[in-house]
Write a protein that binds this ligand. Structure first.
Ligand SMILES: Nc1ncnc2c1ncn2[C@@H]1O[C@H](COP(=O)(O)OP(=O)(O)O)[C@@H](O)[C@H]1O
Ligand SMILES: [Mg+2]
Length: 243
């Protein structure tokens, strides 16, 4: 998918300002930036949920993009069983649906038996897996994950990140992975794009952006993440830090 000079305006406020970004098939691009920088608006524009006032989006197969959001509590209907929620979007004859629901739940490493349970009976991490299973039911080529670990306990975040990596490898998914947390993005993405005030201030291979950031803002984001920031001076010349 190719995004060229994409702009989204709300009245006189420009939420996304001339963003160009390439997301190659099978690639995983991480979009990072502080809250309010325009990440979700960019994602929403890609699926037609935000008003595009300029620029182009090409190579995005219609109907082959699915989004997963931060809050797994609100993305599932509390009145529906997990099985019914996952089955909802499937265009399959009734008798094939149950098997497909089981397959999707197994894909996200849930016991297919959870199909008969209700969202309130599941943990946040399990609910997020269900939300991912629902998205996969539409057989997307591009999966947009917007802060999908941000509402979860740190102890389950890693498992969800591993799941995304695993699904990408198994299904050949293209992934746009969005987080305010650079450490989280780094774990999933091969390319990192850094957004600030609606603009991309830096885009590059993940290792390069992490180890040799060109923008001061990227350095500041890194300083906010101890596990990365520790190894990198935030400003001034790079020192040889050995720990
Ligand atoms: N529907 C909307 N109407 C007006 N302003 C909006 C709307 N959606 C988002 N914004 C504004 O756009 C900016 C970027 O928001 P958002 O894309 O949600 O940022 P992020 O996901 O990086 O936290 C914010 O200042 C937000 O208030
Ligand atoms: Mg957001």
């Amino acid at each position: 998918m190719n995004i060229t000079d994409l702009t989204v305006r709300y009245g006189s406020f420009t939420a996304v300002d001339g963003v160009s970004l390439d997301i190659p098939p099978g690639g995983a691009v991480g979009l990072v930036g502080e809250s309010g920088s325009g990440k979700s608006t960019l994602a929403r524009a890609l699926v037609g949920l935000a008003p595009v006032s300029g620029g182009t989006i090409t190579g995005l197969p219609p109907g082959r993009t699915q989004m997963v959001f931060q809050d797994p509590y609100h993305s599932l209907d509390p009145r529906l069983t997990i099985g019914a929620s996952v089955a909802e979007g499937l265009r399959l004859p009734r008798r094939e649906r149950e098997a497909e629901v089981g397959r999707l739940l197994e894909l996200v490493t849930l016991d297919p038996a959870v199909a008969s349970r209700y969202p309130r009976e599941l943990s946040g991490g399990q609910r997020q897996r269900v939300a991912i299973a629902r998205a996969l039911g539409a057989r997307p080529e591009l999966l947009i994950a917007d802060e999908i670990t941000s509402a979860l306990d740190v102890s389950v975040q890693g498992a969800i990140l591993n799941l995304i990596r695993d699904l990408r490898a198994r299904l050949g998914l293209t992934v746009l992975f969005i987080s305010h947390n650079l450490a989280v993005v780094r774990y999933v993405a091969d390319v990192i794009a850094v957004m600030r005030g609606g603009r991309l201030v830096e885009v590059g291979p993940a290792d390069e952006v992490i180890h040799n950031p060109r923008d001061d803002y990227t350095r500041a984001l890194m300083a906010a993440v101890p596990s990365i920031g520790d190894r990198l001076p935030v400003s001034g010349e790079r020192r040889a830090t050995r720990r």
